[in-house]
Design a binder for this molecule. Structure first.
Ligand code: HEM
Length: 487
């Protein structure tokens, strides 16, 4: 814990000494309070403005600083400098979160966990804004606001409603894989330390020669996977809503630094067109037998933030924060996210959010001609604010961060293309069949418990039908379990 460092008298925000911080100034003893008591006014006004808008999703979270260390040579796939030699270390900041709950909600809930990682590299900050799941509910960003509306509070009841959740999932069969994952054992991690992380999307890596590779990131917990059952989570969420946040802080405080082994799957560019699944479809994994995991590094978290508001609430992560050698793929979800986050940050934290201590580059500096706006700190001094200029300002490099991709066709609203083995159910069925008998039982119970709360039979039936299409046994057992609960 940090001690208060300032010495000397208590002051106002403008630095004037405060004589009395216990009693406001009145007109006569017991009389009304005076406008000239500017200390009182300043305190009340500052207090009224303590909150900024919470994140529209992933509002509830905890973060820590750490170190990423390269453990294998990856230079044949990417020219990213922070990955350029074995043993190289890069400072990081990782924010974990839940998705649907508000800022003050409990940690021990069934929900994906955010895994947002900032690498402070010498080429600028690289943000990998992933989850603890390798896939997602939808595959087009245009559906995201509708999807999240069904997870959050209903406009009339003000609560999350099973009707809305299952209506959307039932009508969005591409969600079946992620929903099967979420209601399985890994749907409620015991802590942030005991879960894996995933970049989830496919990204582009490009090497010095300009060759392109498609990459997926996996962060395997070195603490081992540990989960809570629904009953354990319900109890913990009531007893200790901050369970995950406390666990993370306390483990770092006692020097028990959590770590993850970082692995990638690499697909040569030429494989993408004919791969059996669309490699840019976020509802699908690349089975490891097709593209094996390759270990490339170690991530350790070893320093707690000192001020949660400054460093966690105001932290910003954006999928568009790339560095040379890394870029986007044509994944339609990722493409939407390239816009969404920067826009959210400008609204939530402000136009100078990138320059707060937790967000600015730590291993280089930002050299832009962007200026001014709310809370501008004058960091550019008197330097010229345009380019090109003849006064020695920063200049463009002429080298793109990532390689261009080839496109063809006409502009139109299109579904992401399906490859030979693509359908909305195949990988959900594979996941179900991988589970042990006990796991299947818990999955069915968890799903049935929630679907049974749906008020309309057609909505419940449509939801069950998606699981039936993934696997006939899955659908049959789920239908029976829901019927038993609904009577
Ligand atoms: C097109 C789909 C998506 C949109 C439009 C979207 C949008 C957003 C927005 C607006 C925020 C709040 C950002 C802020 O206020 O700082 C956010 C947070 C977040 N999103 Fe998404 N999201 C999408 C999909 C995803 C996916 C697929 C993942 C993971 C694979 C993900 C992971 C996260 C995480 C981890 C955070 C919290 C970041 C933090 O800790 O500050 N999101 N998202």
């Amino acid at each position: 814990m940090t001690e208060q460092t300032a010495t000397g008298p208590l002051t106002t925000e403008a630095g004037a000494p405060v004589a009395d911080n216990q009693n406001s100034e009145t007109a006569g003893r017991g009389g009304p309070v005076l406008v000239q008591d500017q200390l009182l006014i300043e305190k009340l006004a500052h207090f009224n403005r303590e909150r900024i808008p919470e994140r529209v999703v992933h509002a509830r979270g905890a973060g820590a600083y750490g170190t990423f260390t390269v453990t294998a040579d990856v230079t044949r796939w990417t020219r990213a400098k922070f990955l350029s030699e074995v043993g190289k270390e890069t400072e990081t900041f990782l924010r974990f979160s839940t998705v649907a709950g508000n800022l003050g909600s409990a940690d021990a809930v069934r929900d994906p966990r955010g895994f947002a990682l900032k690498f402070y590299t010498e080429d600028g900050n690289y943000d990998l804004v992933g989850n603890n799941t390798p896939v997602f509910f939808i595959k087009d960003a245009i559906k995201f606001p509708d999807f999240i509306h069904t997870q959050k509070r209903d406009p009339y009841t003000g609560s999350q409603e099973a009707d809305n959740v299952w209506d959307f999932w039932g009508l969005s069969p591409e969600s079946t894989h992620q929903v099967t994952w979420l209601f399985g054992d890994r749907g409620i991690p015991a802590s942030y330390r005991h879960m894996h992380g995933f970049g989830s999307h496919t990204f582009q890596w490009t090497n010095e020669a300009g060759e392109v590779f498609w990459v997926k990131y996996h962060f395997k917990t070195d603490q081992g996977i540990k989960n809570l059952t629904q009953a354990e989570a319900d109890e913990l969420a009531g007893k200790d809503p901050d369970s995950h946040q406390r666990d993370l802080r306390e483990s770092i405080e006692r020097g028990d630094f959590p770590s993850w082994t970082v692995k990638v799957q690499i697909m040569p560019e030429a494989d993408a067109a004919n791969y059996r699944f669309n490699p840019f479809d976020l509802t699908k994994v690349w089975p490891h037998e097709d593209y094996p995991l390759i270990e490339i590094g170690k991530l350790e978290l070893n320093r707690n933030p000192e001020n949660i508001f400054a460093e966690v609430e105001q932290s910003i992560f954006s999928p568009h924060h790339f560095v040379p050698g890394i870029g986007p793929s044509p994944d339609k979800m990722l493409q939407g996210r390239l816009f969404g986050y920067g826009d959210a940050h400008r609204y939530r934290v402000g136009i100078n959010a990138d320059h707060l201590p937790v967000n600015r580059p730590h291993a280089t500096e930002a050299r832009t001609h962007g200026r001014d706006g709310f809370m501008y700190d004058g960091r550019h001094g008197g330097a010229k604010n345009y380019e090109p200029n003849s006064f020695g300002g920063p200049v463009e490099t002429g080298r793109a961060l990532w390689q261009p991709t080839t496109v063809s066709g006409t502009t139109q609203e299109t579904e992401a293309p399906s490859h030979a083995e693509d359908n909305d159910f195949v990988q959900a069925g594979d996941l179900y069949r991988l589970m042990s008998e006990d796991e299947k039982g818990r999955l069915i119970d968890n799903l049935a418990g929630f679907i049974a709360d749906v008020s309309r039979d057609d909505i419940a039936e449509r939801a069950i039908n998606n699981f039936r299409q993934a696997d006939a046994d899955f659908g049959k057992r789920l239908e029976a379990a829901v019927q038993a609960l609904r009577g």
